[in-house]
Design a protein around this ligand. Structure first.
Ligand code: ASP
Length: 307
């Protein structure tokens, strides 16, 4: 059974803070990304291709904090992180701090397939994308007035903010996808602008294999939330470990990491996960998480709030 799940970030997403019209926009964007990946899986494509395509769709949508809609660093730039991992052969690629690549997830795949490395950062990562002819964009492409206003608020409050903080204008977030394909292979992909008002050169959990992104033969995981906590918890890999060493189910392992390990120390956020049987779980400890999933032959499920 093939299966796909995607997320558009977790945080303080309360029903009251989202107008019905805005909610429709988010749902439509999630549905579009989900269907892009689902159709590929239906055609027999690899899980890696499906997660990359779903994430690209979300990166091109200004509603989410990745690619086009990436948030601002403290000094007014965009520094985007992305990673993907293929489970059956444990290959991975990631970029950190790219400023010009339209689709950071494509750059991450270039690192995986065209270099001997796993993680490239800053100008070297943009340079690799340029060498391979990936579309680059001028800074204006990544400018959105809302993001800029968020930055001014965050600077005034002196804090680094999750994209979807309490202020109604601060919703949206990191994006990600996990999939199991028809061959039983798993893959995960995550892409983000990071956190509003982050110090320049700050790198979050997203491009760190095992922290924000992980896939092996048992599970594929993509996280969203307060990156520093996810890094210290090695959150994504911990789920794989709980499954491997303790024999836990995907759902139980993911619940333990999100609710018992991250939540008590202030690690706000959530994750999407799929296992080798195509089971999906989407736990979060924040008020909401933009999410959608679909298993082979089933209907698309799209949700935002706690239900
Ligand atoms: N995890 C991301 C980071 O810390 C942020 C997010 O998921 O919203 O960079």
């Amino acid at each position: 059974m093939f299966a796909l799940a995607i997320h558009g970030g977790a945080g303080t997403i309360a029903r009251a803070s989202l107008s019905p019209a805005d909610e429709q926009l988010y749902r439509a964007a999630l549905e579009a990304a989900l269907s892009t990946g689902y159709e590929l899986l239906l055609d027999g494509a690899a899980a890696l291709d499906a997660v990359e395509a779903a994430v690209r769709s979300l990166e091109d949508c200004p509603l989410f904090n990745a690619g086009r809609g990436a948030v601002f660093t403290h000094d007014g730039h965009h520094e985007m992180d992305a990673a993907l991992m293929s489970g059956h052969n444990k290959l991975a690629g990631a970029v950190a701090g790219v400023r010009q690549v339209q689709n950071p997830i494509r750059a991450a795949r270039l690192v995986m397939e065209h270099t001997e490395h796993v993680l490239l950062s800053y100008p070297g990562a943009d340079e690799l994308a340029r060498e391979h002819g990936l579309p680059l964009q001028p800074v204006e492409y990544f400018f959105t007035q809302k993001r800029f206003d968020q930055l001014q608020d965050a600077i005034a409050s002196g804090k680094m903010q999750l994209d979807h903080a309490a202020d109604p204008n601060w919703k949206k977030g990191t994006v990600g996808a996990v999939a199991r394909d028809q061959h039983g292979h798993l893959a995960a992909a995550t892409s983000t602008g990071g956190m509003t008002n982050k110090r320049y050169s700050r790198i979050g959990d997203t491009p760190l294999i095992g922290a924000g992104t992980w896939a092996d033969a048992r599970c594929a995981i993509s996280c969203t939330g307060n990156g520093e906590y996810f890094i210290r918890a090695v959150a994504a890999y911990d789920i794989a470990c709980l499954m491997e060493y303790k024999g836990l189910s995907l759902e139980e392992a993911a619940r333990i990491v999100v609710q018992d390990k991250l939540a008590p120390v202030g690690g706000e956020g959530g994750l999407i996960a799929v296992d080798a049987a195509g089971n999906i779980t989407l736990p979060f400890n924040s008020e909401g998480m933009y999410r959608a999933s679909r298993v082979e032959g089933g209907a698309a499920q799209v949700a935002i709030y706690k239900e």
